[in-house]
Design a protein. Structure first.
Length: 235
């Protein structure tokens, strides 16, 4: 496989445009998925009989092949970006709904009881106690959903809104690997940068966890490395 390195500077503008197009599809899908997943997860958490139905429905959507899903949406939304966003949104639900439910389940009962004893209304308890405590688990789901959406946008190139996936299509059709490599690298970089930004957002939104994370750093496997090296030298 031969890479034409001169192709990259010649197509810098195209790669920038496709990267922006990629984000214009992936980001709204995650945000829309989160807006849908939060009320569904709260409903599944509060109304136990609906839990299996909500989680099962999101799992069923995830089993539909992405390309087939886009084709099924075409008669409704047409060859538009909406088709790609709706399809990706459906795929994010399986992660976002489950993680939000699990995060709410993990909230200590004592925290809810303390809020109730103070006369706090259920909605305010949800917004000020339950969701903040469940945020780490929810953000883990958001991170997975974001990376998943960034990778799946490329499939939408078959309907004309695949972002960096257009580079894959172009490279395969011309048997030219350079744009394929460029698409893979840029997609990977997008996923890494997005994940790093979400980790930063979680760190900023959960200040109460920063102090708790410091003692655990001392118990990491690397903390015992100097002592282990001393024992090895003595042996």
């Amino acid at each position: 496989m031969t890479i034409e390195w001169g192709w990259f500077p010649d197509h810098a503008d195209e790669m920038t445009r496709l990267t922006a197009d990629h984000l214009a599809t992936a980001v709204p899908a995650v945000l829309l998925g989160l807006l849908i997943a939060l009320p569904l997860a709260v409903l599944a958490h509060r109304v136990r009989p609906l839990r299996a139905f909500v989680l099962g429905a999101s799992n069923i959507l995830y089993t539909i092949p992405s390309l087939a899903f886009f084709v099924l949406l075409l008669p409704v939304t047409g060859l538009t970006r909406t088709t790609a966003i709706v399809g990706l949104t459906a795929y994010t639900l399986v992660v976002l709904v489950r993680n939000t439910v699990e995060g709410l389940d993990a909230v200590p009962v004592k925290a809810r009881e303390a809020s109730k004893a103070m006369g706090t209304k259920p909605l305010r308890t949800l917004l000020t106690v339950e969701l903040p405590l469940a945020l780490p688990v929810i953000m883990a789901g958001v991170r997975v959903a974001t990376v998943m959406s960034i990778s799946l946008v490329s499939v939408a190139s078959y309907i004309g809104y695949g972002g960096l996936g257009q580079l894959f299509t172009d490279g395969f059709q011309r048997n030219f690997p350079t744009p394929v490599v460029a698409g893979v690298v840029l997609t990977l970089l997008l996923a890494l940068v997005a994940d790093a930004l979400l980790v930063t957002v979680q760190w900023l939104c959960t200040p109460w966890r920063r102090g708790a994370a410091r003692p655990r750093a001392a118990t990491s496997p690397f903390a015992k490395l100097p002592a282990a090296l001393k024992l090895w030298k003595r042996a």
